[in-house]
Design a protein around this ligand. Sequence first.
Ligand code: BES
Ligand code: MN
Ligand code: ZN
Length: 497
Amino acid sequence: MDIRFVTAASGEVVAVMATEGGELLGAGKALDTAASGRIAKAMKAAHFKGGAGQVVDVLAPDGVDFARVLVIGVGKAEAADGMAVERWAGHAVKRVLTSGSEKLVLQPDALPSVAIAEAGAHAALGARLAAYRFDTYRTKLKPEQKPTLQAVEVVLEAIAAAKARAEVDAAIVEGVFFARDLVSEPPNVLYPESFAERLRDLETIGVEVEILEPAAMEKLGMGALLGVAQGSSRPARLVSMKWNGSSSKKAKPIALVGKGVTFDTGGISLKPGAGMDEMKGDMGGAAAVAGAMKAIALRKAKANVVGVVALVENMPGANAQRPGDIVNTMSGQTIEVLNTDAEGRLILADAVWYAQDKFEPTALIDLATLTGAVIVALGHENAGMFSNDEDLVHAITSAGQAEGEPVWRLPLSAAYDKLIDTPNADMKNIAGKPVAGSIVGAQFIKRFVKDGTPWAHLDIAGTAWKSGPYDDPISPSWATGYGVRLLNRLIANKYED
Ligand code: BES
Ligand code: MN
Ligand code: ZN
């Protein structure tokens, strides 16, 4: 889909803003005047209140060239932020995407806390994100199910600033779509080797990609990662992606580490059958890291960043690890595997250690669809955040807030850490009782974080994908791409030259 910034509005379909109370903003008011008040009349007849996402679809108003005017609410004017503008544009795209129309005109207005250039850029970003589809395997779509929308024109008086921002945002869109595609792909298509090959493609945009195979991991002592992989006929991969954009090429990078379980059956601690298909998304952390690497490389971020993803399939094959197995890790610590379904922390134990050992990062953030418990605690609205560093906490919180990918901090402490002590090894991979599941997972990962490394763990089990209906207009599919925007913003705010 084409995005264009233009100074004059013309076409078949236009979207304008209204705020709570049902007030049209500037662009809508002008149209209403031209239409002799018929748009306001339609809004009144529809009992339109201007709530976020509320739409009045006005057809064939007299006196204006547009054949269709979409009046879309942004909610309370004072509370409306950039995300509200994105969702406003997203609602418009949602209405028009398969309607038969080929062009949509967006007429954003400035809001109390969003300047007009910003509003224009957010409108373009929202429109792009809303147009996402994963139709790869839908071979029999009827014409009316297929997108017809080919171009979105954003109308602004001065287009230069919005255009410049939108060019950078295009990189973010590519990153988010990359992550969504990876999460959406079926597990027979996307498995550790094929995932690694897709990451290899990032070389074409200047990312250095290194792929470790099992023999190399064996040599490094990654017994926890390989223990998970051994139940599958698909061999594991550990992929490092390096972007060296800082002017000081030798500066230590920030490390992003992702859980990439391409399918999680639970292993011998087998999951129940209902809904197990969703475990194709258990590589959402790795997808977020890959998407973020793509975004920062495409926009040529002036930062040194390394992404490390651990890719395995957790299967109950004949050679699968058993509950009770004790494995060695690259760190030298041993783990008693009491539940083979707590596999994410096992692969992260080695991946997190490897990232620190090899890259000596200034900070490390891991993302993982780690626990069902985080969904119980926070639903699908916030990722769970755990950290040993207050600065990182604040930076991640505000990046998530700004990008519509919020996080909520949960605690860590010595008392929780004790729950994974065992007489049989250095630690066990589950607590003895079903308490504080997400915290226990985080405490486990923390044992593989070296003293002095600022670290945060984001449990994205509730946010990497969602069940339908997909009513967030800028996230119109099962896979959200959660994490890409947050990481990109974090790097832009805190780690660039
Ligand atoms: N991949 C799952 C966590 C998950 C659950 C992600 C639901 C998304 C939706 C993870 O590997 C897992 O199985 N965790 C267990 C841990 C338990 C055995 C301590 C869980 O959450 O039940
Ligand atoms: Mn599991
Ligand atoms: Zn898992």
